[in-house]
Design a binder for this molecule. Structure first.
Ligand SMILES: Nc1ncnc2c1ncn2[C@@H]1O[C@H](COP(=O)(O)OP(=O)(O)OP(=O)(O)O)[C@@H](O)[C@H]1O
Ligand SMILES: [Mg+2]
Length: 596
């Protein structure tokens, strides 16, 4: 119970309303039905002939209890049925329509209770007037009145904003978001970005918005490389939709973009096609690879988990950390007498040490068998092609080649041109580094980390170093200030502990087999069915305080999601360094176009 809630508000509201059919209010839509059991948590509404309720409408009903006063029960419509009362046979409908047989069409809406104020759990009595909740009543029904800071996540079916309690997102009382839905129509990635936009621009974070950052791993095409550009489809209608949510219809103002370098290209240009400026190439030098203990992230596939060579991985990683001596200014190392300037050479040196009878016990552990060592070498060799582009010492780089969330609000790491094994490596290494940085820095700004296709990094089965990092974030991220926003086609394929640690769960369109799985148990049966019909832009959002997930529609992105949606070719990102840092990039005409 909260102070802000008074049943008096409601009484005033009712008194001020003109008379409606079901008694006393223009918002009245019917009465609590007496044909089915009315319970404190679920009741049915018989609708007035000229009234309607649709799924997700919010309703309230009041019951006076002598000695206790008025009890207000609010809820959300979860099903509506219409039938001919008095018809016994399918053919009766024709007779009834012709006026031959007397019958009446009756609509019944089922309501799931969201809130009872004061907390006296009595059933609404059949015959009580039920009203559509608007304004303050709607806010009370959906607990918006209790949210100290609330984040708009879209509009309800009634067109009014739906909020998520920021305390369940910023770590205060909970954290992490899990978004599921089928490819292409569930708009998972779009919703995740809309959420970031809302987090940064709605004011829900207050002064903390200044230090809040987002780290976004992009795995599908170049869609996210344009999020600092306005969308050409942005019109007044869309602007109004954003304005109604209290948000500006603007692209992300402060964004930095990273992509891997073009393989086998010695100029260190980023491997992107659509965007020609403002994208940095990222890679790690061999020296960083050795000193930073990055080898375990090379072995992060399901296949590696089945093998016995974990001890070899850690032994070799330790040797690299201790024995590799930096050489030259491009990040090469010397291991013994061997100069290593490419990932290939590094793999060769490791393989040579492991094959050498004298060095083996030092590099593989004293009791490791040759079979295990050979399995490790085979697996290491197979990482050559995937990882060669991002681990190197043959390029001259600027400090900006290292992915960092320091200098801009949104950091986009484009992984779509990388092999899956390299994608895992990058996500693992970057997240581990960010976690360590957060740990050192102590509580500070929030870092929202968006990972698409989370099932690839934290699958339900098995263990891997990346899954460890993600689990760590899921379990400790709240206190570290790292918030995970994970998207996946099927939540049933993602590590259970990550999904269960997510305070906010969102689903877009689901396929019916998936919708039946226990991971979606938080959706009432009717919403599970509806999720199989959800259109792009429609999501169901579940949050801890509200017992029923809320259906929302979020507006189309205000930022470009592909080159064709850019109003003009992207100019240099505002977060990018001064022009001379781009000296190594070839001149591109687009650079001359002034920012807009
Ligand atoms: N609010 C919206 N309303 C209508 N359509 C939208 C909305 N947001 C995005 N879309 C459209 O839906 C398409 C799919 O969106 P999105 O890429 O976010 O889906 P996804 O669930 O991430 O798919 P995938 O699993 O393939 O990554 C986009 O191309 C976009 O044009
Ligand atoms: Mg996507």
């Amino acid at each position: 119970m909260t102070d802000s809630f008074t049943v008096d508000d409601v009484t005033v509201d009712r008194a001020g309303s003109p008379n409606g059919k079901a008694g006393g209010s223009a918002d009245a839509v019917g009465r609590v039905a007496g044909t089915e059991d009315s319970t404190p948590l679920q009741f049915a509404v018989a609708l007035d002939e000229d009234a309607y309720l649709q799924l997700d409408d919010v309703v309230v009903t009041l019951r006076h209890i002598p000695g206790l006063g008025p009890i207000l029960t609010s809820g959300v419509v979860t099903q509506v049925r219409a039938r001919h009362e008095g018809a016994s046979f399918g053919s009766d409908v024709f007779l009834i329509s012709d006026g031959v047989l007397p019958a009446r069409v009756q609509e019944i809406a089922e309501v799931s209770t969201t809130r009872v104020e004061p907390e006296v759990y009595v059933p609404p009595r059949p015959g009580e007037v039920v009203r559509r909740a608007t304004g303050a009543e709607r806010a009370q029904a959906l607990y918006f009145d209790q949210m100290a800071s609330r984040l708009p996540v879209g509009r309800g079916r009634d067109g009014a904003p739906i909020y998520v309690n920021m305390e369940f997102l910023d770590g205060t009382r909970g954290a992490h978001v899990s978004i599921s839905g089928i490819s292409g129509v569930a708009t998972k990635t779009s919703f995740a970005l809309f959420l970031l936009h809302s987090i940064f621009r709605s004011g829900a974070l207050g002064a903390r918005a200044v230090n809040a950052k987002a780290l976004v791993f992009s795995v599908k095409g170049e869609d996210l490389l344009f999020l600092d550009q306005p969308n050409v489809r942005l019109d007044d209608d869309l602007r109004t939709q954003y304005a109604e949510l209290g948000l500006p219809a603007e692209p992300f103002a402060s964004a930095g973009f990273w992509a891997p370098p073009i393989p086998d290209d010695l100029t260190g240009r980023p491997n992107v096609a659509g965007r020609t400026s403002g994208v940095e190439a990222f890679w790690w030098t061999i020296a960083e690879f050795c000193a930073g203990n990055m080898l375990p992230y090379v072995f992060a596939d399901a296949e590696d988990e089945r093998n016995q060579y974990t001890i070899v991985i850690h032994q070799v990683a330790t040797r690299l950390r201790l024995d590799a001596v930096p050489a030259g200014d491009r990040g090469a190392v010397k291991i013994g007498d061997d100069l290593v300037t490419t990932y290939e050479q590094l793999v060769d040196v490791i393989a040579a040490r492991l094959s050498d009878d004298d060095a083996r016990s030092d590099w593989a552990g004293p009791v490791t068998g040759v079979g295990t060592v050979n399995a490790f070498i085979r697996r290491l060799r197979s990482s050559l092609r995937p990882l060669r582009p991002v681990i190197r010492a043959d390029l001259t780089g600027t400090p900006r080649r290292l992915i960092s969330t320091q200098d801009q609000q949104v950091t986009v790491v484009d992984l779509h041109n990388l092999h899956e094994r390299a994608q895992r490596f990058v996500v693992g290494v970057v997240l581990a580094a960010e976690t360590a940085r957060k740990e050192d820095a102590g509580p500070g700004g929030l870092l929202f980390t968006m990972i698409d296709e989370l099932n690839k990094y934290a699958p339900r089965e098995g263990t891997s170093p990346i899954k460890e990092v993600l689990l760590d974030i899921a379990e400790r991220g709240r206190s570290l200030g790292i918030i995970l926003i994970g998207a996946q086609q099927t939540a049933s394929e993602v590590e259970r502990r990550i999904v269960s640690n997510s305070a906010i769960r969102v689903v877009g369109r689901l396929d019916s087999a998936e919708a039946g799985r226990p991971e979606y148990g938080f959706l009432p049966a009717s919403q599970r069915t509806r999720a199989t019909l959800a259109k792009p832009g429609a999501m169901f959002v579940s949050q801890p305080e509200i017992p029923v997930p809320l259906a929302v529609e979020f507006p189309f992105p205000a930022w470009a999601t592909r080159l064709s949606e850019c109003a003009a070719p992207p100019a240099r990102s505002p977060a990018a360094p001064p022009a001379d840092a781009f000296a190594r990039l070839p001149a591109v005409d687009d650079d001359d176009i002034p920012p807009f």
